[in-house]
Design a protein. Sequence first.
Length: 270
Amino acid sequence: MKKQYFLIFSLLCLFLFLTACGKDKTSSSKQEEKKEPTYSFYKKENETRYEDYKEKNPNLSMKDVIIRVNIGLDYPFYTNTKKSPYLNTSKLLVNKYFYLGEDYVPNHLVELDTSISKGGISLVEEASIALRNLIMDAKNDGYTIRAMSAYRSYQYQVNLYNNYVSQDGREDADTYSARPGFSEHQTGLCVDVDNKDASYTDFESTKEFGWMQEHAADYGFILRYPKGKEAITGYQYESWHYRYVGEKIAKYIKEHDITFDEYYMEFIDK
Ligand SMILES: [Zn+2]
């Protein structure tokens, strides 16, 4: 009798074991079937755009494909544009697809005094405090950094851009100047710097540039248009243009060698 019970018990165990294995197999094959979405920033409505972009850029990882399509890079610059959300925060994204309205003026703009700037220019208060700390600490290390341009109004950009267009034509102007509403300077969160000796466009050749590369992120600033990332940012390399994003984001961007556009799509865009 006991032997029979043991046999039944063993068969029952075997049955339960096999059922469990079977369940495992079905769930893992289900996972294999639905390759996407595995990223939180995957957007079902962009599915065909991801496929098309991947086909044209087979060397990009699926993650990069998704991020770049979410930026809008599968469309030409200044097409399929969106009004930028997160106004009046350091998460605000402005590029060739995300723009600000002509009436947008950031809150809490403060004028930078001449100890840290050329004078007559303003930044959002939080960014101005960070910039002051950066410039003062650089000074203590023996480096001279000065803010040359900061907040620019929509109307200022209208005049600037139109001048460039009449000078070089729209196509050329688009490679180095933003169209009105698409300038990051309208956010009041970015700054062009020099070292007082060289023109800001030569900032890369100064020792101050090296200091900025090493320390800017500690104060929440990033080099916004890096060399080699032109296809993502839509801008020529600008060694002088720094954007305030806060210390945490700045350090992440620096460590992972990505652009703010990519960071935004991975962590901020909803
Ligand atoms: Zn700039």
